[in-house]
Design a protein around this ligand. Structure first.
Ligand SMILES: [Zn+2]
Length: 236
């Protein structure tokens, strides 16, 4: 095998390795996000249920207040029949009015709380229904992602072993030049010629180099971008 075809294979392996490392970088983040979504929905439901409990407590407190105020008002009303003077009657009436207003406020507040509870209950119910199907969906997607991660890891190992075989076929100086260009040129160090142009940067490749490339016996690089060049294989 000549060095050019080894370099072409090396580039192909490294391109696949780059794709895998991007994928492997991305997948765990996606799995984490799915888990977070589920947790958030659960917290969301929990918050609503806690608030419902709070409301129940507040409402039963207010029920007691309403009862004791009603008793108080009834007693005062009874006293109205017993008063001797207008002044006493007015004072008593005023107190009754004041307590009635207080009662109205409490009852209004209670109604608002019950409305809030109704809304929260409906929302919780909807979310709980969603949670069940979401959880199922999340677990399915999570396990798909996890098996993809595993497959990619196996593929990565195989590619790395192929890579070390190819590297043995190339000289140290070629490898170190390849590595430098690979880093400098965003992971593309070996390119086909396109007609008489470099397939990487589009610069014209001099006729002498083209002739050498066609023979395929020596390694040639682009004068402008330094990428290794190869003459495309004849397509049948
Ligand atoms: Zn070039």
């Amino acid at each position: 095998m000549n060095s050019t075809s080894s370099l072409v294979k090396l580039q192909d392996i490294d391109t696949q390795l780059l794709e895998i490392s991007e994928l492997l970088g991305d997948l765990p983040v996606k799995v984490d996000q799915l888990i977070k979504d589920e947790q958030q929905l659960k917290e969301n439901i929990g918050q609503r249920k806690n608030r419902i409990k709070e409301i129940d407590l507040e409402v039963s407190k207010k029920d007691l207040q309403v009862k004791s105020l009603t008793v108080k008002i009834d007693k005062l009303k009874d006293q109205l029949f017993l008063v001797k003077t207008n002044k006493q009657y007015d004072a008593l009436s005023q107190e009754i009015d004041y307590l009635k207003e207080e009662l109205d406020n409490i009852e209004l507040n209670e109604l608002e709380l019950i409305e809030e509870k109704d809304t929260l209950s409906t929302e919780s119910e909807e979310r709980e229904n969603n949670l069940e199907s979401l959880t199922e969906d999340l677990h399915k997607r999570k396990s798909n992602l996890e098996s993809l991660i595993e497959e990619s890891s196996v593929k990565k190992m195989n590619l790395e072993s192929d890579r070390s075989d190819i590297v043995k076929e190339l000289s140290g100086s070629v490898i170190s030049k390849y590595d430098r260009v690979f880093v400098a040129r965003n992971g593309l160090a070996v390119v086909e010629t396109l007609g008489t142009s470099c397939g990487g940067c589009g610069s014209i490749v001099p006729p002498q180099k083209i002739a050498e490339l066609k023979q395929g016996t020596t390694l040639q690089t682009c004068d402008v971008c330094s990428r290794f060049l190869y003459w495309p294989a004849k397509k049948d």
